[in-house]
Write a protein that binds this ligand. Structure first.
Ligand code: HEM
Length: 429
């Protein structure tokens, strides 16, 4: 690990620190600021990629999904070094190799996204809302009598897994215990860190996941149900020769939804609990606006701006291109730091303050933007609001059960997830 004392972001001069440093990843805000001020498009030699840190430049990348390719980044990273072997295992034991469809570039992405939007639109959110609210209430009821919990492992993660099962129509009893391991095995394919042994263990888990999804898709081909897989199967485009998703695309999309919606939502819920435990003034404020839909919406947006679950994601340049005054060569790997954009003082005044009243509260990039804007945006906003309403109706005096300095984050370039969040609270009388 790099010596962060030497890498003090305020030291001036050349930028010498790397965002790969676990200490910096745990407390990155000063480093993001140094990058924005002195190297908004900066080559991180350790990560071997360009870090893009200003809101304006990240927005430019998001607007141009052709020059800044998501597909290329995924293709060069997926199962690095073991791709052929993994593919063969999936074809032999996992029902087939189902390439990603969400991470495509246009035009492939455009058709898939239109079909996906039908399955994740307002109709689905309204269909799922009562069931998800009930699940959330059940989980809060489960913890309200306890003296204390780890809000990550005893609440946010299992609650999100239950929500995911509900949305996708997965039987909880069969899937709930496995979802985390399935998701981790797939995400490991793009981390570039797995050994050959890891890959074989991960491949077995991905086969299990795919076989599970295939069975669910087949069930719904026989009869529509009230869930997202059914909505994907029945989504239709009127003006397209390939009007519906193929079986392979449906399996790949279901797998993609599970991965995209799981960690992100759990992190947002954990972050909300941390905010309540460390800011009693905000706990009091949000309790006073639980029935005010507009104020609640603003609160959720500001939570996501200040504490975005997705820290940054990767793209690859398809040609030489100028960005933020720097000429990037073709094939350059870049990391767009959503979390830094949300901190950018050029866009948000006093960015480290929680201010749900700020005029541009919606300009944050926690959900990305452009063609890959989060497809679950309405759903996740609804879920986070429902969690806030349930938690603040039933619990009070939420506080940390350990000193704040003891909280740690999982070292990751792409997400900022608390490892644990021990809390105490009282049941509201
Ligand atoms: C607080 C919760 C969430 C956050 C912060 C979040 C964040 C994001 C971000 C930043 C992206 C953009 C990826 C990129 O530009 O490369 C994204 C894409 C996506 N998200 Fe979410 N997400 C959340 C919840 C969900 C949920 C609940 C679902 C579905 C059940 C979902 C489904 C997706 C999908 C399918 C994409 C890919 C869209 C595309 O490439 O066209 N997300 N999300």
């Amino acid at each position: 690990m790099a010596d962060t004392s030497e890498a003090c972001p305020h030291a001036g001069g050349a930028i010498t620190f790397t965002l790969a440093d676990a200490d910096i990843l745990g407390a990155p805000h000063d480093y993001y600021q140094r990058l924005r001020d002195d190297g908004p498009v900066h080559f991180d030699e350790t990560l071997n990629c360009w870090l893009v840190s200003r809101h304006e430049d990240i927005s430019e990348v998001l607007k141009d999904g052709v020059t800044f390719s998501q597909e290329m980044g995924w293709k060069t990273q997926f199962a690095q070094g073991y791709f052929d072997e993994l593919k063969a295992i999936l074809e032999r034991d996992g029902g087939g190799y189902f390439p990603e469809v969400l991470l495509l570039d246009p035009p492939g992405h455009t058709r898939i996204r239109k079909l996906l939007n039908q399955a994740l639109g307002a109709r689905t959110v309204e269909m799922l809302r009562p069931r998800i609210e009930r699940l959330i209430d059940d989980w809060v009821e489960r913890i309200e009598g306890s003296q204390g919990v780890d809000a990550v492992s005893d609440f946010a993660i299992p609650l999100t897994i239950d929500i995911m099962c509900e949305q996708l129509g997965f039987p909880q009893a069969e899937a709930a215990d496995k979802i985390q391991a399935w998701a981790r095995a797939y995400i490991d394919q793009v981390g570039g860190m797995q050994s050959h042994e890891d890959m074989q263990a991960n491949a077995a888990l991905i086969c299990d996941l795919q076989n599970f999804i295939i069975a669910r898709v087949r069930e719904r081909e026989d009869g529509r149900r009230e869930d997202m897989i059914s909505d994907l199967i029945h989504a239709v485009l009127e003006d397209d020769d390939e009007a519906s998703l193929t079986f392979e695309e449906t399996v790949a999309l279901t797998r993609g939804l599970l991965l995209a919606g799981n960690d992100t939502t759990a992190i947002a819920i954990s972050n909300f609990m941390l905010l309540m435990a460390t800011r009693p003034d905000l706990a009091e404020y949000v309790t006073s606006i639980l029935d005010d839909n507009r104020a609640m919406n603003r609160f959720v947006e500001e939570l996501l701006r200040l504490m975005p679950p997705v820290r940054g994601l990767f793209r690859v340049t398809m040609k030489e291109v100028e960005l933020g005054g720097v000429t990037l060569p073709a094939n350059a790997h870049i990391c767009i730091l959503f979390a830094s954009a949300n901190d950018d003082e050029r866009v948000f005044s006093c960015p480290r303050d929680f201010d749900a009243g700020r005029e541009n509260v919606n300009r944050h990039l926690a959900f990305g933007g452009g063609i890959h804007l989060c497809a679950g945006i309405s759903l996740s906003r609804m879920e986070i609001k429902a969690v806030i309403q349930s938690v603040m109706t039933r619990l009070e005096k939420i506080e940390l059960a350990v000193p704040v300095e003891e909280l740690t984050y999982t070292p990751s370039m792409t997400s900022m997830a608390l490892e644990a969040l021990p809390l105490r609270f009282s049941k509201r009388a």
